[in-house]
Design a protein around this ligand. Structure first.
Ligand code: ADP
Length: 596
């Protein structure tokens, strides 16, 4: 329905009602007043008529001419006209005209009615006098000169009109007063009702445009207006509270989204991104630029993922057929989960939530685990097969006659058992390191010189190392906080490697030095060196550059993995510099832990 302002709806209606009331009262008052004045005039005429009739009866001995003259004198000042008409309609007496000049009056309505015994009054134009008169006529009570006459009195209608005029003036004044009062009332009502209503409308418009800051005061003291306004204010307060709540929830949600390691993307029914988080930007390599507004086809350069997203978008209102998928995007592996989200029930919702969980590390760990199991099995299988073979040979062959051969076999079995033992020992060490949580609080001050000296001594005592040159350059007082047994294990592994992978004639050096807040231990040799392509892999379990050489030297392939673990537990770093044919240097850097 088309709306109109209050002024246009209420005011015309009130004006029509007021004018109708005014018109009604004016007409009614005019009518009643005129009737009253008319009756008064009529009563006056009746009185005059009675007086004139009595006068005629009292002077009935005189003829009509004399009576007429007398009455003329009597009525001269009052403008009253008296006429007497005989039954034939002939005017026998008239105070204003000579009766002989007057025509027959039997057809005059008042005369006609009077002869029919009906006293009556009438206002009509007098052809005789050429003015409007008010007549009153009746049949005379007694006959005159043997005839029953009609007596008629009349007075000029102008007399009545004069009286009416004053009535019109009074009514006119009253109407003007009424209209003036109405206008004043309109203005008063306008101020009283229209202004607060306008204030309310302005306030409502402000609220609709979510402007709750401007304070509006309603100047009206009308209870209804005050109640509406206070309800509006209450409503505005509630809306502000709810907006604040929503804003806070949104901010919290944004913080959660931003902090999530999972990439989160929300697609609208057209496949356009309407929400995303920094992890998603990273996953799709658009870091720093927003994904919002882009279409999934621009981003998901993976046919399998595109297919399931397309399916989900095409089947709104149905459960998602395939909601889980593993995909590779930019060298990373993701577990993608699709679901429908919205304020309605899950199936009715049109937006799609896509969560991408980076499982690259998980997959890598899984691969490492698989490789480790395969490697361990392989590493254990080789000595076990060898031991079993030589044991069976000793058992089932007749070698008792050749003690030298038997001894050789037993030596092999012994060395393979040592190998098995070494592998199992290293595996146990790794397992212990993985399970133990050496914390900085448990570390104690260690004298590096003595740990290095002990480690070198242990290595030198190993068979075949007696002649090796191992030099130590270390300040006697150099200290760091740590676990001395683990540190010794690290140094033994590194010195042992340096000795294993170099010619017996070349020296091995262990140098320790003090940095501002750290200590550095370097183990260097002038051995075979490590190819550049292998440097990153030598810390992997069971990785060896030269498998045959490592095995021959009794290596397990676990030494550097153990070193890496121990260094990490001491919050240290490890660096390798190596040139093939020239030698290798392992540099370990540890915090001294002083002041902690
Ligand atoms: P291994 O028991 O085989 O020595 P490690 O984990 O200690 O196992 O070392 C892994 C591999 O790294 C070795 O097989 C060897 O190829 C290489 N490597 C370690 N230290 C040295 C070194 N000082 N010089 C040359 N190669 C080394």
């Amino acid at each position: 329905m088309k709306s109109k302002p209050l002024r246009k709806i209420i005011y015309p209606r009130i004006a029509i009602i007021m004018l109708s009331i005014l018109a009604f009262f004016t007409i009614f008052a005019t009518y009643v007043s005129k009737q009253y004045i008319y009756r008064q005039s009529e009563d006056n005429l009746v009185e005059v008529l009675k007086l004139v009739e009595n006068y005629i009866y009292e002077n009935s001995q005189e003829d009509f001419k004399t009576l007429g003259d007398d009455l003329n004198v009597l009525t001269n000042t009052s403008q009253i006209r008296v006429s007497i008409i005989d039954p034939d309609g002939v005017v026998v007496l008239d105070t204003d005209k000579d009766p002989s000049l007057l025509n027959n009056h039997s057809t005059r309505p008042e005369i006609y009615k009077a002869f029919n015994r009906e006293e009556n009054s009438i206002i009509r134009h007098s052809a005789t006098l050429n003015i409007d008169l008010i007549y009153y006529a009746k049949m005379m009570n007694r006959p005159l000169y043997g005839l029953t006459h009609v007596i008629r009195v009349a007075m000029p209608y102008t007399e009545l009109q004069l009286a009416y005029r004053s009535i019109y003036i009074y009514i006119g004044i009253w109407a003007i007063l009424f209209l003036s009062l109405s206008v004043v009332l309109f203005i008063f009502l306008g101020n009283k009702l229209e202004r607060p209503l306008n204030d309310l409308a302005t306030t409502a418009q402000q609220y609709a445009s979510l402007d709750f800051s401007t304070e509006t005061f309603i100047s009206s003291n009308l209870t209804e207006i005050q109640e509406v306004f206070s309800s509006m204010r209450h409503m505005a307060k509630k809306i502000v509270e709810q907006i604040d709540d929503i804003q806070q929830q949104k901010e919290e949600l944004q913080v959660v989204l931003d902090g999530m390691t999972e990439a989160v993307i929300v697609l609208d029914p057209h496949g356009q991104i309407i929400e995303s988080n920094p992890s998603a930007e990273q996953a799709f390599s658009v870091k720093g630029s927003s994904l919002i507004g882009k279409y999934y086809l621009q981003l998901l350069r993976n046919s399998e993922l595109n297919e399931i997203v397309e399916d989900a978008l095409d089947t709104i209102g149905q459960p998602i057929q395939q909601s889980e998928i593993k995909v590779q995007l930019n060298d990373h592996f993701y577990q993608v989960h699709l679901s429908r989200i919205g304020i309605e029930t899950e199936l009715e919702s049109k937006n799609i939530l896509m969560v991408l969980n980076d499982i690259t590390t998980l997959m890598h760990l899984e691969k490492v685990r698989r490789d480790f199991v395969a490697n361990v099995s392989h590493e254990l299988k080789t000595p076990v097969t060898s031991i079993k073979g030589f044991t069976e040979t000793l058992l089932y062959s007749d070698l008792s006659l050749d003690p030298q051969k038997s001894k050789h076999f037993l030596k092999i079995i012994n060395s393979q058992t040592d190998r098995l033992h070494a592998i199992i020992e290293d595996l146990l060490t790794l397992s212990r390191l993985e399970q133990s949580h050496n914390r900085a609080d448990d570390f104690i001050p260690i004298n590096l010189n003595s740990v290095i000296s002990d480690s070198v001594q242990i290595c030198r005592d190993k068979p075949g190392n007696e002649e090796r040159t191992i030099t130590i350059e270390c300040n006697r007082d150099l200290q760091m906080r740590g676990n001395s047994l683990l540190l010794e294990q690290t140094l033994i592994n590194l010195i042992d490697n340096a000795l294993k992978y170099s010619e017996v004639t070349t020296p091995v050096k262990v140098i320790c030095s003090k940095l501002p807040t750290q200590v550095r231990i370097e183990v260097s040799d002038k051995g075979y060196g490590i190819p550049h392509s292998s440097i990153d892999r030598i810390f992997e379990r069971f990785y060896r550059v030269d498998k045959g050489r490592s095995r021959d030297k009794g290596g397990t392939g676990l030494g550097l993995a153990i070193v890496k673990h121990i260094v990490a537990q001491h919050q240290g770093t490890i660096e390798v510099k190596s040139e093939e044919g020239e030698g290798t240097t392992f540099s370990l850097t540890f915090p001294t832990g002083e002041g902690s």
